[in-house]
Ligand binder design. Structure first.
Ligand SMILES: Nc1ncnc2c1ncn2[C@@H]1O[C@H](COP(=O)(O)OP(=O)(O)OP(=O)(O)O)[C@@H](O)[C@H]1O
Ligand SMILES: Nc1nc2c(ncn2[C@@H]2O[C@H](COP(=O)(O)O)[C@@H](O)[C@H]2O)c(=O)[nH]1
Length: 195
């Protein structure tokens, strides 16, 4: 396990699919100059997804090989595919920055918390089921993907109280503002509040 520095923080965005984790994480990441740790996944890319940006898309064989070599800090199976975060990626990014962010389901969030305890801040985002379904339809996700995502909705929602902070996300600007203020307390970058 990589030994974290005093100031290091790992920010985990979690919550149901379609709650807006990616949108908020990207905005907040830019504000704080935080880099995203990109997951490895065995599922094929969806239209518009870019290898190395959204995920590292790899074969089941390559994933198994990396896993056998102890390459993953956390690894989970979701709907028949494997998703994992490589230990080396966290190490390399934290060598360059004091904080990184990840977007994980509740299992991944829980594993990271159990490894790095108070270095991990879990931010739970949510919106009601109908809203996340509408968003995913507007985004053009295939129907079978939306059905899979919605099948996890209740379980992901039940993780809310375990997280350090939770935010309903209906107004993207407002959510981003609230999360920025919350993270500033941990990251202490002396951001000026212009509102
Ligand atoms: N507050 C909001 N109001 C309206 N649309 C939003 C809001 N937040 C996010 N969205 C939109 O909802 C869609 C899903 O958002 P996003 O991809 O950020 O969610 P996610 O939680 O990362 O889900 P997924 O894992 O399915 O990508 C995107 O089209 C995004 O632009
Ligand atoms: N525990 C982990 N969860 C991950 C990881 N990478 C992504 N995810 C989450 O999986 C679901 C499904 O994602 P999709 O892109 O296939 O729809 C979603 O909630 C992601 O946030 C990971 O490395 N570990």
């Amino acid at each position: 396990m990589y030994e974290l520095k005093e100031r290091d923080k790992i920010i985990v965005f979690t919550g149901p699919d379609g709650s807006g984790r990616k949108s908020v994480a990207e905005a907040v990441g830019q504000t704080f100059g935080m880099e995203k740790v990109i997951s490895y996944v065995t599922r094929p890319p969806r239209p518009g997804e870019v290898n190395g940006q959204d995920y590292h898309f790899i074969t089941h064989e390559d994933y198994r090989e990396m896993d056998d070599q102890g390459g993953f800090l956390e690894s989970v199976e979701i709907d028949g595919d494997f998703y994992g975060i490589r230990s080396l990626d966290i190490e390399e990014k934290l060598n360059q920055h004091d904080s990184v962010y990840l977007i994980l389901n509740h299992q991944g969030a829980s594993i990271l918390k159990s490894i790095y305890s108070d270095k991990v801040i879990r931010l739970f985002l949510y919106a009601d089921r109908r809203t996340v379904e509408d968003r995913e339809q507007k985004l053009g996700l295939p129907a079978d993907v939306i059905i899979k995502h919605l099948s996890h909705y209740d379980l992901e929602m039940s993780y809310r109280n375990a997280c350090e902070h939770s935010f309903e996300n209906y107004d993207l600007g407002q959510t981003t503002y609230e999360i920025t203020n919350t993270l500033e307390r941990y990251l202490q970058r002396d951001l000026v509040d212009k509102d």
